[in-house]
Design a protein around this ligand. Sequence first.
Ligand SMILES: [Fe+2]
Ligand SMILES: [Fe+2]
Length: 313
Amino acid sequence: MESPVSRNARYDLPIDLQVESRLGDIGRLVSLPSTTFRLLSLLMSETTSARDLQKVVEQDPGLTAKVISLSNSVIYAIRDPVSTIDRAITIIGFKELEIIALGIGLSETFDLKKVPPGFDGRALWLHCLSVSWIARELALVTKAAEPSEAMIAGLLHELGIIILVSKFPIHFIQLLDLINSGQPLQDAETTLNLRHEAIGYQLAKNWGLPQVFQEVILFHHYPHLCPNHAKLASIINLADNLAHRSGYGLTIESSSIDLPKILATLGLKIETLQNLIKNIITAIPKVEPLWNQLLNGTKPVGKTGGKFSSLLK
Ligand SMILES: [Fe+2]
Ligand SMILES: [Fe+2]
């Protein structure tokens, strides 16, 4: 149950957007490295080529080393070791590498290894990566959004939580205390005026990200209120729910969904969704080792595909 909050003036949404007074200048405190920003621009363009990606990655020695190391990891065991980015693109795949490179950039900007006790930072990244991956599949099937936009929106949808955990640990501990005392995340956030949707929205705005990402971050729990990008917000809402049900959720956040309304918005038949879920169950175990490698080879949290079927009941 939502705590009563005056609806904000700009959007018809029960969230107070004025979180800056609580957190200071979010944009000044949290800047995005130039390579990560360039990767975001590449991802936003449907005409990006493998050569464009190669050029951006090669300009960043740290990123290059990580990508080559990923390509040589046990998952991609091949006879000749990979030593160049263009070979890495061939091995990993262009689209997979795009999101992996962006994931590396973001995970370095927001170090979730040093997080407040009681919170699993790696599970948060796995959640964002899985929502990104599922969102791209949903966009491809429904044609309701650009697949690259869906992928980025999935990766960024919990930007507010990522910032709170990595940059404002004292505020996040206050939030965890309220959650541990029995309050749902949204109520606890409202009590502290730290709604993660509003924090992510403010940062996306300060970074100058396109309005589509600002809105989807803000409305990922209220897709039908999203004024200009309701379809993409619905894709992220559904991908978020599927990720939760497959063991890639966040323990602090529950994922509610109005499935009939989402299906209608996306023009998606239940049979098509069922087929898509089968594909996700088959495909996620193949990409999951790459995500774990990205997150320093740690063991997976999720039980892949374990609970997808419950969505269909
Ligand atoms: Fe969320
Ligand atoms: Fe989420």
